[in-house]
Design a protein around this ligand. Structure first.
Ligand SMILES: [Zn+2]
Length: 189
């Protein structure tokens, strides 16, 4: 079941770009700034935060579960299958296993320096792009290392995108955030 990550992970930082116009489409696609993911994903994030917080670090989520209908809208705006999922395939985000995220310094609340801003579709966002300051390379590696340690795989064209184990076996879902609220599934702590 999909878990409300902000309820499950107290104090979680989010910047849900698709709930604002500050995303590559320039359009507000979500009515609410919400982040949901499958329960095993939420549990892995809890373990990741337990490791990061003593180091004055935390995660910040840009996007998580995305209803299939929203992916269709993204496709309408930007029909380029290098960056946006086609209607036939659906998005990894439709499965509740994908996360777009970065790291923040909890002392300042600021994002660590990464190769590009979120959703910057360019070579600079690729894993094999290394013409970057040492600090940026270190931050990118730190994010990837902790995510992989906890069962996530990384998409090599977007430094911010991770998929949880067995994501390909999970069904594509089209439940709106509002419908998820009304399901009221009790959360296992
Ligand atoms: Zn993504």
């Amino acid at each position: 079941m999909l878990v409300d990550l902000q309820k499950y992970l107290p104090g979680l930082s989010v910047d849900v770009r698709y709930a604002t116009k500050n995303n590559f489409t320039g359009k507000k696609l979500y009515k609410q700034a919400r982040v949901f993911a499958l329960y095993p994903v939420a549990r892995a994030l809890r373990e990741i935060r337990a490791e990061l917080l003593p180091q004055h670090l935390d995660i910040k989520i840009y996007d998580a579960y995305r209803p299939y209908t929203i992916s269709l809208q993204l496709w309408d705006v930007y029909q380029d299958d290098r960056y946006v999922a086609t209607p036939q395939k659906g998005s990894r985000h439709n499965r509740g296993c994908a996360l777009d995220m970065t790291l923040i310094d909890t002392r300042t609340g600021k994002e660590l320096d990464m190769p590009t801003p979120f959703d910057s579709f360019s070579n600079k966002a690729h894993d094999n792009y290394n013409k970057l300051p040492a600090k940026v390379l270190k931050n990118r590696a730190m994010l990837r290392t902790i995510m992989e340690k906890h069962g996530f795989t990384h998409l090599n064209s977007e430094w911010w995108h991770f998929d949880f184990l067995h994501w390909g076996t999970r069904p594509i879902l089209d439940i709106s955030f509002e419908q998820l609220d009304s399901l009221e599934v009790p959360i296992k702590k």
